[in-house]
Design a protein around this ligand. Sequence first.
Ligand code: APR
Length: 304
Amino acid sequence: MTIVGAGMVGHTTAHWLAVDQVADLVLVDIIEKMPSGKALDLLQATPVRGIDVKVVGSNGYEETAASDVVVIIAGIARKPGMTREQLIDTNASIVKRVVEQVTRHSPDATLIVVTNPLDAMTYLTYKVSGFARHRVIGESGALDSTRFRAFISMEVGVSVEDVHAMVIGAHTDKDMVPLPRFAHVGGVPLSHFVSPERIEAIVARTRRGGAEITELVGTSAFFAPGAAIAQMVMAIMRDKKRLIPCSVYLEGEYGEKDVCIGVPVVLGSGGVERVIELPLNDQEQAAFKASVGAVREMLTALKL
Ligand code: APR
């Protein structure tokens, strides 16, 4: 499999994937020599950990040929005070060029899109690749949901293993749709443990989950994004049929068409094998509609 964009998120993703021995890895970046150096560093760690995967780096696409999964992380990351939406022009032209190369060398791949603004870049990738919609998947809810789960676990004082929660909608601070009503701790509804006021506070912190880190570190996050990507790759490569919220092209689900946005899907060897339509209440439905509206507005800025 291939990771295009061997920066912070790219190499962290490679690290998580290598630890789990998910697949042989090819790292691609435009910065000369850098991907080969990072690949070599990771490869040199494999004897210590007993990891049987090959890792190579490249500035081209020859080595990526016939990849089954390609993760697209190439682009610029946001700096403190920036929104993900402000990256659109620069990242759109980068992603377009990358998708053209990737699809030429790996016509049967499943594409995982990570570059921000996420829902717009997933839509762009779907259009430029010409791939079926089940093979173009944006990482959004996978990341936002693990942040939501971490904050719930901290609040409730129960292991993250038992905390299940999801975030759907756009991958933006303002328009993501955390779903506390569907959250549970070992099967017990979240509302049993936490007051409505505290749930609101957790939701607010989840929305700013990425921004909080960007303010602290000075550039955008990488451990959680990398882990969430690895979870998606693993679900596909090992045909795990995991239920994970991801950004996908809708064809009528949730009453929406011709837009990519986060919804719960089942990920397996076929990529997106099912889109799960949740029984949203009026308030959740309204939040999701507003979120779709925000993504559509962003799509108007895309030059396809
Ligand atoms: N082809 C290949 N790689 C590219 C290209 C290109 N055309 N253009 C840029 N890159 C590479 C950069 O050289 C850099 O190494 O993409 C990498 C991005 O890495 P970072 O700058 O470290 O950014 P990172 O934090 O990893 O975020 C990358 O993911 O989460 C999103 O918002 C984030 O869109 C951003 C992306």
